[in-house]
Design a protein around this ligand. Sequence first.
Ligand SMILES: Nc1ncnc2c1ncn2[C@@H]1O[C@H](COP(=O)(O)OP(=O)(O)OP(=O)(O)O)[C@@H](O)[C@H]1O
Length: 258
Amino acid sequence: MSRTSILSCEEVTVAFDGFKAVQGMSLSLDPGELRFLIGPNGAGKTTMLDVICGKVKPVSGSVSFHSRAGVVDITKRKEHKIAELGIGRKFQTPSIFAGLSVMENLEIAMSQNRSVWATLRASLTARERERIDEELALIGLGDHRHTRAGLLSHGQKQWLEIGMMLMQEPEILLLDEPVAGMTDRETDKTGELLQEIVKRRTVVVVEHDMEFVRNFASKVTVMHEGRLLKDGTMDEIQRDDRVAEVYLGKRRDAHAVG
Ligand SMILES: Nc1ncnc2c1ncn2[C@@H]1O[C@H](COP(=O)(O)OP(=O)(O)OP(=O)(O)O)[C@@H](O)[C@H]1O
């Protein structure tokens, strides 16, 4: 692994009842990169995210996280410990408190150690207030701080959930299809948000929306049948015959990938 990697997965294999969902997959991330993980259905993309956040343990291979606290062997840690160490995972369905305001949701995310009601009763310190304001501005919900989360649009709910994850100060953020169901405008805003987030953190996005990937990716990793097919720039990926074949069945049309 390169000296500068923040995360390095080497030769990872995952089996479910003998079926190898991931086979000898390697993936290395530099700090501050926005990496897209693409591939046809069943390629093993979500399973790789599950490995990185500790939800699934590989049968072989290694996953090293160069965290602020030192190097951690992810395969030997429990999921909640990995989250505490700085790897945050957002699943497809939002897990926000629909009956609470945007700001209250962020307050709760900030103080995971306290109960919901204790958090809402406690008054915020000036620093905490500032922190929430920063996050509200980042996720574009400054004008909605008092809006009930359940009333937000689909895109806004996703941004709120991303904001809630950011309150935990993760070093690596893992996102599974963050723009699914979003309008074009929301999709673009999400891309801009991710580009802002990677100024301070590393982000991995599993994605099927190829236009979104083309617009915002610098580096892309393609998986197929549990293995690494190719990684490179979007241009390199689009020019690759094997990638075209996997997506299109022989026909080579770079702009139609996905
Ligand atoms: N818990 C599980 N038990 C058994 N098989 C599983 C489990 N999770 C995933 N699989 C299988 O492993 C393979 C890889 O699944 P995975 O969800 O990682 O693919 P993916 O690339 O994320 O696909 P998609 O784009 O459709 O979400 C699939 O064949 C899937 O059916």
